[in-house]
Write a protein that binds this ligand. Structure first.
Ligand SMILES: Nc1ncnc2c1ncn2[C@@H]1O[C@H](COP(=O)(O)OP(=O)(O)OP(=O)(O)O)[C@@H](O)[C@H]1O
Ligand SMILES: [Mg+2]
Length: 251
């Protein structure tokens, strides 16, 4: 086997796939003098590193369990003028993660709560933070199941592992006391250790009705709101955007 073939095999064995794919192009450039060997080797290694970073990011985004992948540049701020864009862009810097702060998106259906939570989550995943997305309902049923199987601690530890936990759709239905306690347990464990992002359509004044335990609700809100950005979104539903346009045209 000649040296070229051996090199190609070695690159495959070392799983340097980008290096392998581009080696011919670079050998040609070295041969015609348009690139020095040093520059060629450097650029090939940079390519490989770039590719690996990209793969890691893709992996982080994949395990985060997002319901869709929408980044902040796709979000139309002009559609939601009550939303403080500067505040959202500040959250996108991920500064809040350094201080283990929470974010609560509160607003009526379709105003972009889940979208914004996901966009911030993607940004965090891109920076290789452990992120996990779950609906409130799924979270509670997983905690309940774990409790009934005597493995609640393990499940709580699982959810505490994530630097960013996105809990979507809190308050869409009332819950029993056991569920409320399980949720409190999780939030108390994450308090000041990591960041929790919650989306809800219920103002805080209604949370006691949802959790059906005023004392527990106070203790829960106390922990959640201690270091927290509350983003209230008052505006039209993006889901009804096209219908709204139709209605305006009709008039
Ligand atoms: N300002 C916006 N720009 C672009 N797309 C948007 C905007 N607001 C919402 N959307 C899109 O509209 C749909 C509904 O938004 P989203 O799911 O975030 O609403 P929500 O506030 O979470 O509603 P719900 O309370 O019903 O869960 C999604 O597909 C989302 O990507
Ligand atoms: Mg939503």
């Amino acid at each position: 086997m000649n040296t070229y073939n051996s090199l190609a095999n070695n690159l495959e064995s070392l799983e340097l796939h980008r290096f392998r794919e581009n080696i011919d192009k670079y050998l040609d450039m070295i041969a015609d003098g348009s690139k020095t060997a040093l520059d060629a080797i450097y650029e090939l290694t940079e390519m490989e590193i770039g590719f690996r970073k990209e793969q890691t990011i893709k992996g982080c985004v994949k395990v985060a369990n997002f319901p869709f992948l929408k980044e902040i540049n796709e979000f139309d701020f002009s559609f939601q003028p009550s939303l403080d864009k500067a505040k959202i862009m500040d959250l996108m810097t991920l500064r809040f993660l350094e201080n283990n702060e929470n974010i609560i998106f509160c607003g009526t259906p379709g105003v972009g709560k889940t979208n914004l939570a996901v966009s911030i989550g993607i940004e965090a995943a891109k920076h290789r933070y452990c992120v996990y997305f779950i609906t409130f309902q799924d979270l509670i049923s997983q905690l309940k199941k774990a409790a009934s199987e005597n493995r609640l601690d393990t499940r709580i530890k699982f959810f505490c592992r994530y630097k960013v936990l996105i809990i979507d759709e809190l308050g869409y239905q009332k819950m029993d006391v056991d569920s409320a306690n399980l949720f409190f347990n999780l939030i108390a464990k994450r308090y000041e250790k990591s960041s929790t992002i919650i989306t809800t359509n219920s103002p805080f004044s209604k949370w006691a009705d949802i959790f059906q335990e005023p004392v527990l609700t106070n203790a829960l809100l106390d922990r959640l709101l201690h270091h927290c950005s509350v983003i209230n979104i008052n505006g039209p539903s993006y889901r009804l955007k096209d219908q709204m346009q139709f209605m305006t045209e009709d008039n």
